[in-house]
Design a protein around this ligand. Structure first.
Ligand SMILES: [Zn+2]
Length: 435
């Protein structure tokens, strides 16, 4: 059976990779119709719901025999673009070489779409139906450009079609080594994004007599230096607290000591853990004078600021002021999205923990937080009771190998892991909805 799931997931992923869904423009319709036909044939009730004809979202439901929780297997079928010149193989070939499937979307996230859909189809074809509750398979469009036609539109316009209690999506799952152990991350939280522009003002003048003017760009120097030298205070939330405990360094008071203990054992992992502990500030864009011979009267610095789940604007401003001080500049937020989280313990976590214990004895499941956001954030906002996790298990490639391939060239996945993930979705679905 395991062999069949791997082969079928691999074939479906090849078909999905060959359907170019680079967003923009997305053009997901052909891929969605293909998936819809497969799910319909297997016995699912299928709807294609879109703001536009070219970009339908797929909602497939397998009803149970009694009332119970709805488990949703969520994914997105659009991808970011690929520069074929930079790739060793054609990004839309879906070629399999030495047990590895190459193509845009293999990791993010057509591989998971293929594993979820193949698992759902295998269950339905075998005659299985939920004993209670329902199984939902939702494949959205437009995740890579913010979800306005995808998860955001769907949860706003068709909440009853996609309302769910438990949800599995992207965000974590590739194994990572730590201190002689094997860890599988389950993403339980997404950080918020509070991007802002800092503006300094001066007096324009001739660049040949610089001290007669007042250079706004030079007023950014102390601000940039402050970002380089200082970090905002930690704001520890439940997910990293639980993670640090699992890593053997429970937090007692200040998380700094726990973080340093992780760093001493594994500096790479510490680089992933540190952003989970609070607000991060990354200056990325500066602009000032339009002309080389004119002293700028105004300079702007753009900062990508990411915040712990649940943190609102007032607290973010306070953390920024700790680093930048409060004088000599004005600050304007250009994007404000509050992050969110699901509980670190739940029936869904128990099911994933049990599955990993059976499939990879000795390995452990740990909660993680993504420093970016996925459609899980949208579903948690729409359905506050929903427990939404990111989990796409892989063990042929570690998290440190898989993460850099996302949005980059030579994206690829081991076909053995496609079978591994499909088995996970099949087994966990049966366990949660009844055999
Ligand atoms: Zn993605």
């Amino acid at each position: 059976m395991a062999g069949d799931l791997e082969r079928e997931t691999t074939e479906l992923l090849q078909q999905l990779v060959r359907a170019n869904t680079v967003n923009p423009p997305g053009n997901e319709r052909a891929a969605q119709e293909h998936l819809a036909a497969l799910l319909r044939d297997a016995g699912f009730e299928v709807e294609l719901l879109g703001r536009t004809d070219e970009r339908p979202n797929l909602v497939a439901r397998l009803r149970g025999m009694a009332e119970g929780p709805t488990l949703c297997l969520l994914s997105h079928v659009d991808t970011v673009l690929a520069d074929a010149q930079a790739w060793q193989r054609d990004p839309w070939s879906g070629e399999v070489v030495d047990g590895v499937l190459w193509g845009r979307g293999a990791q993010d996230m057509k591989g998971q779409t293929a594993a979820e859909v193949t698992a759902a189809i295998a269950l339905a074809r075998s005659g299985w139906r939920p004993a209670h509750g329902a199984l939902l398979v939702v494949v959205v469009v437009d995740e890579e450009s913010g979800g306005e036609e995808g998860a955001v539109w769907l949860t706003e316009h068709h909440p009853d079609a996609v309302r769910c209690d438990l949800l599995l999506n992207e965000g974590a799952g590739a194994v990572f080594p730590y201190d002689g152990e094997r860890m599988y991350g389950v993403c339980v939280a997404e950080k918020g994004i509070f991007r802002f522009t800092v503006t300094t003002e001066g007096v324009a003048g001739h660049a040949g007599t610089p001290w007669l003017g007042e250079n706004a760009l030079l007023k950014l120097v102390p601000l940039l230096q402050a970002i380089a030298d200082r970090r905002p205070a930690f704001d520890l939330t439940d997910p990293p607290r639980a993670l640090l405990a699992e890593l053997g360094v429970p937090v007692d008071g200040d998380p700094a000591a726990a973080l340093e203990a992780v760093r001493a054992r594994d500096p790479v992992l510490a680089g992933f853990v540190e952003p989970m502990l609070g607000v991060t500030l990354a200056p990325t864009i500066v602009n000032a004078s339009e002309k080389i011979n004119v002293i700028p009267s105004r300079a702007r610095l753009k900062v990508d600021c990411r915040t712990p789940p649940g943190m609102g604007e007032e607290q973010v401003r306070k953390r920024i002021a700790e680093v930048l001080g409060s004088d000599g500049y004005t600050l304007e937020f250009t994007e404000k999205v509050v992050g969110n989280a699901s509980p670190t313990e739940s029936r869904l976590m128990d099911a994933l923990r049990g599955w990993v214990a059976r499939e990879d004895p000795g390995a452990r499941v740990v909660p993680t937080m993504l420093p970016a956001f996925t459609d899980s954030r949208t579903f948690r906002d729409a359905f506050p009771e929903c427990v939404a996790y990111g989990f796409f298990p892989q063990r042929e490639m570690t998290y440190y190998e898989a993460w850099p391939l996302v949005h980059s060239h030579d994206e690829r996945i081991a076909t053995a892991d496609l079978g591994f993930a499909a088995r996970c979705y099949r087994d966990v679905t049966k366990e949660l909805l009844g055999a």
